[in-house]
Write a protein that binds this ligand. Structure first.
Ligand code: DX5
Ligand code: ZN
Length: 213
């Protein structure tokens, strides 16, 4: 299991130190939640802060867009060469076009599904995706409770992936902790995002290790 701590739960007054700490604690990716106050009822960080994060990060960036205008935000972040940029299917009229744009920029495209969204909607996009992110909370805030129905959805998606594009990874984001990690692993998840579980712990290395099963 790969682990991507979400910096949304970090201490923003100490952000540089927090990024260094999770990199030293053997995280695999750094998950950056970008919210615009329109697609979700919250706002987080924009290019000024993300540029600073990229300077201190020694692990690849995984940018999760929760925005109405994906095109605009991709243009803001593409120069940082993040490993992944994920965008919500619910916010995009032309997902295939966005996928092709990301590929042309050398960024791995990923699509995010909200808790209520069925995986069938991405059947004809799956062959072009490097990752699908299934939300296990409603997007917008850290520290929410895990929605267990995502486990069924992971299994459904895994079947589609095995048939269409076995290289595509499954990521789950929201409420992940040491109590649900085994179920996620058994269902077929490859990468978990964990915000509050990592950053509210006393020992980041221990928390990250407990998810790497
Ligand atoms: C929610 C974000 C998540 C969030 C996860 O909209 O996409 O990445 O920070 O935080 P926890 O792990 O605390 O649910
Ligand atoms: Zn996220």
């Amino acid at each position: 299991m790969l682990v991507a701590p979400s910096i949304l739960s970090a201490n923003f007054a100490q952000l540089g130190n927090e990024i260094s700490a999770i990199c030293e604690a053997s995280c695999d990716l750094i998950h950056i939640d970008v919210m615009d106050g329109h697609f979700v009822p919250n706002m987080t960080i924009g290019p000024v802060v993300v540029n600073s994060v990229a300077k201190v990060a020694s692990k690849p960036l995984d940018i999760h867009l929760m925005v109405k205008d994906n095109n605009f935000f991709i243009d803001l972040f593409s120069h940082l060469k993040p490993n992944y940029i994920s965008f919500h299917i619910e916010s995009e009229k032309h997902p295939h076009r966005i996928i092709q744009k990301l590929k042309a920029l050398g960024i791995k495209p990923a699509i995010v599904l909200n808790p209520h969204t069925k995986p069938d909607i991405i059947e004809y996009l799956l062959e072009d995706l490097d990752m699908v992110l299934l939300m296990s909370v409603n997007p917008g805030f850290g520290g929410q409770k895990f929605i267990p129905s995502v486990l069924k959805k992971v299994k459904e998606l895994k079947n589609m992936i095995n048939t269409i594009n076995p290289k595509c990874l499954i990521q789950v984001d929201g409420g992940v902790n040491d109590m649900n990690i085994k179920d996620l692993k058994d269902a077929g998840v490859d990468i978990v995002v964990a915000g509050s579980y990592v950053f509210k712990s006393d020992d980041y290395a221990k928390a990250i290790k407990s998810l790497k099963i």
